[in-house]
Design a protein around this ligand. Structure first.
Ligand SMILES: C[S@@+](CC[C@H](N)C(=O)[O-])C[C@H]1O[C@@H](n2cnc3c(N)ncnc32)[C@H](O)[C@@H]1O
Length: 261
């Protein structure tokens, strides 16, 4: 398990830097283009009370807000919450509250929400077990927990290399869950899994690096790894390719939905 305090500092540093450009439409295409499908499979209802954990600027929560009763967006980085608040005010959203807090210790009573969502967060957690337990604790009986995150290869060697490249790009990236791994964790916690779905997402390397404001040396190291793989070197697990002279790579995004009995 990574040192929790040190990881909290890395996350806050990374997302304080990224907050101002997080909503940049040129850079966050990957986060916005996948949103309609996530909202569809979450099946929001008019009377749902929702919690979005590690919400960032609450792109997901803002999408949910018009379809549900109320949303609380919780995140550990104040700058991300401020940017989210600004965007929500601009859009005239009134049923969305922003709360500073840690996913491992949610400041919420048990069974307070009927829909609990977290996206692109698990790979930043020092130990995802505590936050997962918290998502389940605050979900009421009959409610749903929806998790979407990057998934790694089930081959531990490839998974390690995938995480290394992701960490070069964003030092607050720790470790992805291997594809399919979340189902067992949720079932062991007594949840009934209704969806576990992986999709390949092919992204342009340059845009992905600019989105995280990757330092130039680290960005060069990422590109070097991809170039080496294309020249027949060690696989990164991220399947680099060239399209019209530009470098692209592939992530796996996994969506897991579970109902609390
Ligand atoms: C990649 S961003 C994703 C934001 C949002 N979920 C989305 O999909 O647009 C990761 C977010 O997780 C937050 N985060 C990371 N660790 C956290 C923790 N332990 N508790 C609360 N938030 C955390 C960061 O502050 C950041 O805003």
């Amino acid at each position: 398990m990574a040192d929790e305090q040190e990881q909290r500092r890395r996350v806050r540093d990374a997302f304080t830097r990224q907050a101002a450009t997080f909503e940049d439409q040129q850079l966050n295409q990957a986060f916005t283009s996948g949103l309609p499908r996530l909202l569809a499979v979450a099946e929001p209802r008019r009377d749902d009370t929702c919690l979005e954990v590690a919400a960032g600027t609450s792109l997901v929560g803002r999408g949910l807000a018009e379809q549900v009763a109320h949303v609380v967006a919780l995140d550990a980085t104040p700058a991300m919450l401020w940017e989210g608040r600004r965007q929500a005010d601009q859009a005239g959203i009134r049923n969305l509250a922003f709360v500073l807090g840690d996913a491992a210790r949610l400041p919420c009573r048990a069974a307070a929400f009927s829909l609990v969502v977290t996206r692109f967060s698990l790979h930043h957690f020092a130990d995802p077990v505590g936050p997962l337990r918290e998502l389940i604790r605050v979900c009421r009986s009959g409610g749903r927990v929806v998790v979407q995150d990057l998934a790694s290869s089930t081959d531990p060697d490839l998974a390690r290399r995938q995480d290394e490249v992701e960490r070069l790009r964003d030092p607050s990236h720790l470790r992805m869950t291997p594809a399919g791994g979340l189902r067992g964790q949720l079932e062991d916690a007594g949840m009934r899994v209704t969806l576990a779905d992986t999709v390949p997402v092919v992204r342009p390397v340059g845009q992905w690096l600019r989105q995280a404001l990757t330092e130039p040396d680290a960005a060069a190291a990422v590109i070097e790894r991809f170039e080496q793989e294309l020249a027949g070197g060690e696989p990164t697990g991220l399947r680099p390719r060239r399209r019209d002279g530009e470098l692209w790579f592939e992530q796996t995004w996994e969506t897991t939905i579970a109902v609390k009995p």
